[in-house]
Design a protein. Structure first.
Length: 117
């Protein structure tokens, strides 16, 4: 009902409410850093240290928590590379890649409409 339809044409006979899918998406993606981490991993697999450098404002403990959360919902996979040295790499799963067009569209919209914010 939202996509491609002007707001004034989205009439409903029931009470006004945010679509449940949109509400769930923003509850998860709106959580600080989740979208940024996904956008960073859109450039390809990365290790923890590389992600820390790419997103300098995030603490290591928050990055670890968010990566675990993204892995639990199936958007990111974690691969352990046996050492020495031992290494861990994170990358988008197919579900995560499926989210990229929406993230790219949000980024495009923000570039056009949120300059200076």
């Amino acid at each position: 009902m939202l996509v491609g339809m002007p707001v004034d044409h989205q009439l409903s006979s029931g009470p006004r409410a945010c679509p449940s899918g949109l509400s769930r998406a923003f509850a998860f993606l709106g959580k600080r850093w989740n979208g940024v981490i996904l956008g960073t991993l859109a450039q390809g697999p990365a290790g923890f240290a590389e992600l820390t450098r790419a997103i300098p404002a995030i603490s290591e403990s928050v990055l670890s928590d968010r990566l675990g959360e993204l892995a639990r919902v199936g958007l990111v996979s974690r691969t352990v590379k046996e050492g020495p040295p031992l290494g861990v790499s994170y990358q988008l799963t197919d579900r995560g890649v499926g989210l990229l067009p929406a993230l790219q569209e949000l980024a495009r919209w923000a570039d056009e409409h949120l300059e200076g914010c």
